[in-house]
Design a binder for this molecule. Structure first.
Ligand SMILES: Cc1cc2nc3c(=O)[nH]c(=O)nc-3n(C[C@H](O)[C@H](O)[C@H](O)COP(=O)(O)O)c2cc1C
Length: 233
């Protein structure tokens, strides 16, 4: 999903970088607040966040891409998100709705986008993610300009020729989304509506997924079906 989206963004003239957090050394936040006191704006932990933090702050748009893990971002992404707090100041400000947030440290903050996929077929599984990123954007003086969520994401692992045209159509949509974001900083209603539609009907997806689990389980020899068959024999 990310690769197709970024291809579209590149086609529209953006300079893009795809950073795999899993390949980076990102330790968890120690909660000392030294990034707000002793070394304002700088974390005391010496790891790859030294390189990533200025990149984050200097970007026009940051796309957070994560598979859905237990209704949330992955642990790796959460560590990254926690380590973003040096970019705001410890002092508070009241916003329009009466809530407080931390004041800015920098003049400009990147706009945010979210891309995610999950195993269950419905779009409703992204409710927590959607709210989470809206709240984070508010706290980090940003805004979420687009969210691309794909239920039934296990389909991307499929190599079946029958599914190829359906996946191909969705990939094309992702490239269009990438171009639209660079050109207009938003997705058109039409693209959003098309992206929300299931790639294949949910019941068909579940049938295929169950078959795949059957295959995988019998390969490793732990299928309950195998046991039933052995018992019958
Ligand atoms: C630890 C773990 C937790 C998961 N939790 C959820 C979940 O809460 N809801 C869901 O629909 N899928 C869940 N999944 C399935 C993944 O979101 C799904 O396999 C997704 O397609 C993985 O994306 P990727 O291939 O880009 O890594 C989970 C998978 C793992 C490994």
């Amino acid at each position: 999903m990310v690769q197709e989206f970024l291809t579209g963004a590149r086609e529209a003239g953006a300079e893009v970088e795809n950073i795999f957090l899993v390949k980076k050394d990102i330790k968890h936040c120690l909660g000392t607040f030294n990034c707000w006191t002793r070394t304002p704006g700088e974390c005391e932990i010496k790891d790859d966040m030294e390189e990533l933090l200025p990149k984050f702050a200097g970007s026009d748009i940051v796309v957070f891409a994560t598979p859905l893990y237990v209704d949330n971002v992955t642990g790796i992404m959460k560590h990254f998100m926690d380590r973003l707090i040096p970019i705001v100041s410890p002092y508070f400000e009241k916003v329009e709705n009466g809530e407080y947030r931390h004041q800015k440290r920098y003049e400009k903050y990147p706009k945010m986008m979210v891309i995610s996929n999950c195993g269950f077929p419905e779009q409703s599984h992204f409710q927590v993610l959607s709210l989470l990123f809206r709240r984070i954007a508010r706290n980090l003086h940003s805004e979420v300009i687009a969210e691309i969520y794909r239920g039934g994401g296990e389909i991307f692992r499929e190599r079946s020729l029958l599914l190829k045209p359906f996946i191909g159509r969705y990939k094309k949509l992702l490239r269009r989304a990438g171009r639209e974001i660079v050109e207009n900083l938003r997705l058109s209603e039409e693209t959003m509506a098309k992206l929300e539609k299931p790639i294949i009907p949910p019941d068909q997806y579940i049938k295929g997924a169950s078959k795949n689990w059957d295959k995988l389980l019998s390969k490793v020899g732990t299928s309950s079906k195998d046991e039933d068959e052995q018992a019958d024999n």
